[in-house]
Design a protein around this ligand. Structure first.
Ligand SMILES: Nc1ncnc2c1ncn2[C@@H]1O[C@H](COP(=O)(O)OP(=O)(O)OP(=O)(O)O)[C@@H](O)[C@H]1O
Ligand SMILES: [Mg+2]
Length: 472
């Protein structure tokens, strides 16, 4: 009985001293063996000595002293069971969280990056699994707008985006998009809601997603919870990234897409708009510009979407406040200064320069698919050539973009077409290592707006008219 107690005590101390448990016994290294045992045996108040006698330790195994081996096996099996149970619970929790925010239905081909905070070293993989069929939240209660969610059209870091039917009071139906945020991420919902509701930011613009309403909904199934919805205009053309994956673009289409995207960013960045009379507004930094956050309108022009990481650029904000707003983005689209956490927080222009870098990558993505080029390659995300996997981490991007100062490849063939050579130079200026050397979004928009009189990338004007080199 006493022996049994001793063996239990031995087994239970394994985790703290694993190095001395051999063959079911404690072994004490020769250097401290004697002293340890001497000290312990001289202490008469000790209830028992957890270390077996040396003779006992060196005794050949007998049926009785196999017991510790048995206990160790039980212990290992128990630990393994606990580990399996923990991972199963973790997996189920993640699945449940996803179910709450969205649903099964069809998931579009979002293939890449999702946004994250700098400092986290996660990959930027976007999960696109179907998940378990959820319930369409509006089936339940408290609907404000009369909405019926049809299918999931996109998934991202903040939740899922649904195509939905909105029934107006006069019984007319309009298709809208509903972004359903994960319950834990109501902060992102709040950021977007506040920005769109702030009249000082003037986010109403032809090249910015048309926001309609923000709602909090209480649903009862699969369990009582709140859901945070953002309702906006639905753009059937989908995201620019999805569009470019499937389609090439003509010169005209390229100009419309690139120019309108730049116009949207220029409007965000502006602090004065209009001329008659001019109006003051707060500039806004988007901070997560990428081709999956640009949507295509019916006329082929683009709108900027997804303001979950956007930041109101208040010139009175202190450096501390700007720093506290967090350094965020999608690693693939982050400029060197963001990847290295070297943003100049004393100047709000730094945030605009970050957006311009991301914009240059978007323009590169569109231009690569332009049919004026002799060989139009398949669609690729920026830096695909430099990356081994699809989902770069901040570390990987820092090594490529900041340390090695590499950029996406611009083939020689671009120089053979007047328009494309100007596009190439514009892109190169906008992804400059030095943030201050980059063009402004407004300058890019003005430059590209002059292209719409060109045909297939060449200027058709008679001699004496605008020469490509005179372009802004
Ligand atoms: N109004 C809309 N009309 C059509 N499609 C949309 C609309 N809003 C979003 N989508 C689709 O849903 C996708 C994800 O939307 P959004 O970027 O707003 O979500 P997100 O959770 O912020 O994603 P991410 O973290 O990848 O940026 C878009 O890439 C687009 O394909
Ligand atoms: Mg997005």
């Amino acid at each position: 009985m006493c022996n049994q107690q001793l063996f239990y005590a031995t087994a239970l101390t394994i985790p703290s001293r694993p190095e001395v448990f051999t063959k079911g016994y404690y072994n004490v290294s020769p250097s401290n063996d004697n002293s340890t045992r001497r000290n312990r045996s001289s202490n008469l108040e000790e209830p028992f000595d957890p270390l077996p006698d040396r003779e006992e330790a060196s005794t050949p195994r007998t049926p009785e002293n196999k017991e510790p081996v048995f206990i160790a096996v039980i212990l290992v099996v128990t630990i393994a069971c606990v580990a399996i149970a923990t991972s199963t619970i973790f997996f189920l929790l993640i699945k449940l969280r996803r179910q709450r925010a969205d649903g099964m239905c069809t998931v579009t081909s979002n293939t890449d990056s999702t946004s994250l905070d700098i400092g986290t070293e996660y990959s930027d993989t976007k999960a696109v699994d179907g998940g378990t069929p959820p319930q369409s939240p509006n089936l339940y209660e408290n609907s404000r707008l009369n909405l019926h969610l049809d299918e999931v059209i996109g998934r991202g870091r903040f939740g899922a985006v649904w195509r939905a039917e909105l029934k107006t009071e006069d019984e007319k139906e309009t298709t809208v998009a509903v972004k359903v945020f994960y319950e834990f991420d109501s902060t992102s919902w709040n950021v977007e809601k506040e920005l769109f509701n702030d009249p000082a930011l003037v986010l109403k613009h032809e090249n910015i997603i048309r926001f309609m309403k923000a709602e909090v909904r209480q649903i009862t199934y699969p369990q009582p919870q709140r859901q945070y919805w953002l309702i906006s205009q639905y753009y059937p053309g989908g995201s620019l990234q999805d569009y470019l994956s499937e389609n090439t673009v003509t010169w005209d289409e390229f100009c419309r897409m690139a120019c309108s995207t730049a116009k949207g960013v220029a409007h965000l960045h502006a602090d004065v708009i209009g001329e008659d009379p001019p109006m003051n507004k707060y500039p806004v930094a988007h901070r997560d510009l990428k081709s999956s956050n640009v949507l295509i309108k019916d006329d082929g022009s683009c709108v900027i979407a997804d303001f979950g990481l956007a930041l109101k650029l208040d010139p009175r904000a202190s450096e501390q406040e700007l720093a506290n707003s967090g350094q965020v983005g999608t690693p693939r689209y982050m400029p060197p200064e963001a990847l290295e956490s070297k943003i100049n927080l004393q100047n709000i222009e730094s945030f605009k320069q970050i957006d311009v870098y991301s914009l240059s990558l978007i323009i590169w993505e569109i231009a690569r698919r332009c049919t004026v080029l002799p060989d139009v390659p398949d669609y690729e995300l920026p830096y695909t050539e430099q990356l081994h996997g699809c989902h770069p981490t901040i570390d990987e991007m820092r090594a490529i973009v900041a340390k090695r100062q590499e950029r996406p490849v611009i083939p020689e063939t671009w120089q053979g077409i007047n328009g494309m050579s100007i596009v190439a130079n514009t892109i190169i200026e906008c992804w400059d290592e030095d943030p201050e050397a980059r063009l402004t979004a407004s300058c890019i928009a003005t430059r590209f707006s002059q292209f719409h009189e060109w045909k297939d990338g060449e200027h058709l004007a008679s001699p004496g008219d605008l020469h490509p080199t005179t372009i802004i």
